[in-house]
Each structure stands twice: as C-alpha cells, then as structure tokens.
Ligand binder design. Structure first.
Ligand code: LRH
Ligand code: MN
Length: 393
C-alpha cells in the first residue's frame, strides 16, 4: 500500500498524532552491564535533569509527554515539586516503578523472602510507592520482582507464591480508585533456577486473583527465545488484562536495546495486534513505555530514535488493509492473508511521519533537530560537576 487513499491517510495520521509513548527516567542516566558501566558526558545528576531530558524528547517528537520514575533512583524530598517542575517542562510523571531488587536484605527474595521481616520491609516499599503516586498524580504502580532461586530445593516454590500473593494483595488494597497495579514478568535473571513471576501466565493468574485494577506488563526482552509475543498481546487484550509494555529489543536475553532495533518485524506484529484490538487509543488504557539501557550510544538521540521506531511500526500496522485481511482469513487464503500484512510492513512510512511532524509544528527529522539544537553542548557544560545518576547497582 504505497499510496494510501485520503480517508486511510486521515485515519492513520490522526491515530499517530494521538499516540503516547512514556520514556523511562533511568534510560537518561548511566547504565551498563555487570562488566562495565561507561559514563557519558552530560548525563543527568538528579531526577530534575532526567525530566528535562525527557521533555526535550517530547519537544522534538510530540508523542512522549510522560516520564516513568524508579524509586529510589528518583527519590526526592518533594514529589509534588518534582511534578510541578515536570509540568513546567511540558511533561507529566508517569508510572512509579518500585525497586525491591537492590537491597542487601533481598538476597533470598523481597516479598517472597523466607524471613517475614524482610517481606514486611519490601511490602512497605511498595506502599511507599503508592504514597508517591498520590503526590505525583501517577496512575500506575509498576512492579517487577527479581525474586527467585538459583538451586533446586533452595526454597518452596508454592510457599513463595503464597507470599507473593499476600504482598500483591496488600499493595492492591492500598490503591486509590483511579490507580492500577501493573505486574511485570521475566523468564530469568538475576535468578537462574526459578523466578517467582517468570511468564505471562503467572502474572495473569495473580492479576485475575487481585481484581480489575491489576494488569500485566509485557517487557519485550523478558521471554524465552522464539516466544510469540504478539500471541500474548492478543490473548491479554482479549482478556482485558494487558496494562502496558516495556518496549526494548534484544538479540539474546534482556539486552534492553532500542525498541525495533533488533527485530522491527516483531514490533510491527505486536502493534498489529494492538491496532486489531483497538487498543492504540490513549483511553484504551495501555501504557506504552520504553525500558531501555543505552550503554554505549548517546542516550537522548537513542530515545528519540526509539520513539520513532515505535511510530514507524505503528504506522505500518495502521496501514494493514483490515477488510482485505479478514476476507482472505475467512476464505482460508493463507498466502493472500500473509501478503496483506507484509504489504503494510513493507510500506515506507517515513515520509508520512515526517509530514505529520511538520503538520504538528515539529521538525520532520527529530534526530537532526536534536543535533542542531545545541542541547547536548549545553547540558555537557552545565552538568560537568557533581555525581552522575545511574542504577547504583
Ligand atoms: C527488569 C526491568 C524492570 C525495571 C528494570 C529497570 O529487567 O525490565 O522493568 O524495573 O528493568
Ligand atoms: Mn522492564
């Protein structure tokens, strides 16, 4: 579909204009692997500077108006003041990510730890994060647990699920009416035998048990190689239990590379299920978040590129001729059905997106605009001293 007709173009550009992608505060800070964290010039030193960088990404892309925070990496004395600062910068604070994976007490687990005192400490952190949401105006409490075991027999798998369920229940019951709990699963790492929330089925089952304010987050780097992620998207959407995405890409494991960089076709297939499920609209409640680590590449341009990769995959998905696809599927015409999808995927949507940005009063090429802006030279000079922010791992 190289030249979509006017009504299609109108429908597609309107949907793209309304797209919302949340960027993660921690992607603006130093990050790396267990082998090395390579510091970069101009990296933020506090949550305010992270938000300033996120606001720059939004100014250039027009579709990244919220920033996810991670506690304690983004702990401040006055969260209401941080929220006001964000608004002044033209963005708002998004999901609040709890962190019960870096404290010495959590070696054998956080909410699943055999020691009730450690479990209490972990649950109190989850509750503290809801207090923070009350002050930042955030809707989502995002929970990822590194909890697991490394050797068979190390702990009782069922007992750990009981502990997890009890902790989730306490956090869930603390939520306000308009707040949600998003449960993220991950196959392995840092645990290498069992992980207490290893897959979408476990997350889904716990969310069903909790209630309507509990939804599943799909981190695209958290599956076994070969997993059909778009099937999980279709299933959870159909069940009304898809709360959001942590977008990134990978060649091997939880590589946290730029979304769409390693497998743009997979990202297209995922967005096709989103469009097919009519879940792209902001009021559909799906939080489209990036969760990435820019270990060697310049961070702000990498996040701009990532937002553009999501836009491109989304534009292609919106160009799928749904009627032709449905007709071929009904007719059992396998090759035509596949061809309809591939036709959309092979459409070069970059000119359409450049034109949309111009219509939105933005530079058609956000990456070039960033390079010309002088923003990097300014932050490099301003942020010369002080302690650069990072994971503190
Ligand atoms: C875990 C994870 C989780 C975050 C962390 C930064 O791998 O994906 O979403 O808390 O990365
Ligand atoms: Mn994640």
């Amino acid at each position: 579909m190289t030249h979509p007709d006017a009504p299609t173009r109108q429908r597609v550009t309107q949907a793209l204009r309304n797209q919302r992608i949340e960027t993660p505060s921690w992607a603006y800070a130093n990050s790396g692997t267990r082998f090395k964290v390579f510091p970069q010039e101009g990296v933020p030193r506090d949550p305010y500077e992270k938000i300033a960088d996120a606001a720059m990404v939004h100014r250039l892309t027009g579709v990244a108006p919220t920033v996810a925070l991670h506690i304690p990496w983004d702990r401040v004395d006055d969260y209401a003041d941080l929220a006001r600062y964000a608004t002044d910068q033209g963005v708002t604070l998004g999901a609040i990510n709890a962190n019960v994976f870096q404290d010495n007490d959590y070696k054998l687990g956080s909410v699943t730890n055999p020691d009730p005192g450690v479990r209490r400490k972990a649950i109190d952190h989850l509750l503290e994060c809801v207090d923070i949401m009350d002050r930042t105006g955030s809707r989502d409490l995002k929970l990822w647990f590194s909890d697991g075991t490394n050797y068979p027999g190390q702990d009782d798998i069922r007992a750990r699920q009981d502990r997890l369920a009890a902790a989730l229940r306490e956090a869930y019951d603390r939520l306000g009416d308009d707040q949600r709990l998003l449960l993220e699963y991950k196959l392995f790492e840092p645990a290498f035998y069992t992980t207490d929330v290893p897959d979408w089925g476990t997350a889904y089952a716990h969310c069903l048990e909790l209630g309507p304010k509990a939804q599943v987050v799909i981190d695209t780097g958290h599956h076994a190689p070969g997993t059909n992620i778009e099937f999980i998207v279709a299933f959870l959407l159909r069940a009304g239990k898809l709360g959001g995405f942590d977008f990134n890409s990978r060649f091997y494991a939880d590589d946290d590379l730029m979304v769409g960089a390693a497998d743009p076709f997979q990202l297209f297939r995922i967005m096709h299920e989103i469009v097919r499920g009519d879940a792209l609209r902001p009021d559909a409640g799906i939080a489209f978040m990036l969760d990435q680590c820019h270990n060697i590449e310049p961070k702000i341009p990498a996040i701009i590129r990532s937002v553009m990769n999501v836009q491109e995959a989304t534009a292609k998905a919106l160009l799928v001729d749904a009627d032709a696809l449905a007709a071929a599927q009904r007719a059992g015409d396998v090759l035509t059905a596949n061809a309809v999808l591939m036709d959309a995927y092979h459409t070069d949507v970059r000119p359409m997106l450049a034109e949309l940005r111009a219509d939105m009063g933005l530079d058609p090429d956000p990456i070039a605009a960033y390079a010309r802006s002088g923003y990097f030279a300014r932050i490099r000079a301003e942020r010369a001293g002080g302690q650069q922010a990072g994971w503190g791992a």
